[in-house]
Design a protein around this ligand. Structure first.
Ligand code: 6PG
Length: 251
């Protein structure tokens, strides 16, 4: 059974961000109504920055009942310019009234990416009160797609793509991209909602391979949640090479 996949095209990143804020409002209200809290995992990268800024400007969100996790992180200090937590702090977290204990960064003050991943996994198990061999269920996971088809820090050909038991893992990369810590596919694929945000003409080629070719060598294609829908939000530039005309969303 494959999960339903929806592609929505927007004129630009700003309209895409506005739509994502509205979905956040709906999904968080439903989660808080049903389970008293809303658990979300957010990605780094440039594409979602406009969305995070808009979220910070949105009034009446229940930040006291929102728990923010990271989809992935570079193995660098929070003060490093490539830290996802550092980016989130400057565009979102420092601008909202959220209790510190509701923020769940990947702690990188560890001797190795592997121990950092283990620490993150332990934190997830504790927050979600998981018994052995159980996986957490996020209400929402927001992902991006790299030009090589990676998502989170799951890169093409990585051994991590075969992970079946761990919630978090270490991706050992090069000096430029940094070693990273990432949620694994079993966690992503249990989320109640998954949204991809894809923007810019440099993504047009890979976006077509993900949406139309469904090229399974691309990690983004392996995101297929068991229960919830997966929705791709893209701007016109990123959708330029799709052969099927997609419905355009208006503001
Ligand atoms: C990160 C990610 C990564 C990202 C893609 C797309 O921390 O960089 O989580 O998977 O979403 O590389 O990045 P852009 O949005 O910058 O294109």
């Amino acid at each position: 059974m494959t999960s339903p996949r929806t592609v929505l095209v927007f004129r630009n990143n700003n309209e895409m961000a506005g739509f994502m804020v509205r979905r956040w409002v709906e999904i968080s209200q439903q989660a808080i109504g049903q389970r008293r809290y809303f658990a979300v995992a957010l990605s780094g990268g440039r594409t979602p920055v406009g969305f995070y800024r808009k979220l910070a400007d949105t009034g009446k969100l229940r930040w006291d009942r929102t728990h923010i996790f990271l989809v992935d992180e570079r193995f660098v200090p929070f003060s490093h310019q490539d830290s996802n937590y550092g980016m989130l702090r400057s565009v979102l977290l420092s601008r909202i009234n959220i209790p510190q204990e509701n923020i769940h960064p990947v702690v990188t003050e560890e001797p190795s990416p592997e121990s950092s991943a283990q620490r993150y996994e332990d934190a997830l198990k504790e927050f979600f009160a998981l018994s052995v061999n159980r996986f957490p269920q996020f209400d929402l996971i927001v992902l991006g797609i790299g030009e090589d088809g990676h998502t989170a820090s799951l890169f093409p050909g990585s051994e991590l793509l075969k992970e079946k038991y761990h919630l978090a893992g270490a991706a050992l990369l090069d000096e430029v991209r940094h070693h990273r810590i990432t949620l694994t596919l079993p966690v992503i694929n249990r989320s109640r909602n998954v949204f991809f945000l894809v923007s810019g003409k440099n993504k047009a080629g890979v976006f077509r391979r993900v949406i139309e070719d469904r090229d399974s060598s691309l990690p983004a294609v392996l995101v297929a949640p068991k229960e919830g829908p997966v929705t791709f939000l893209a701007d016109e530039e990123a959708s330029d090479l799709l052969t099927v005309r997609r419905k355009k969303e208006s503001k």
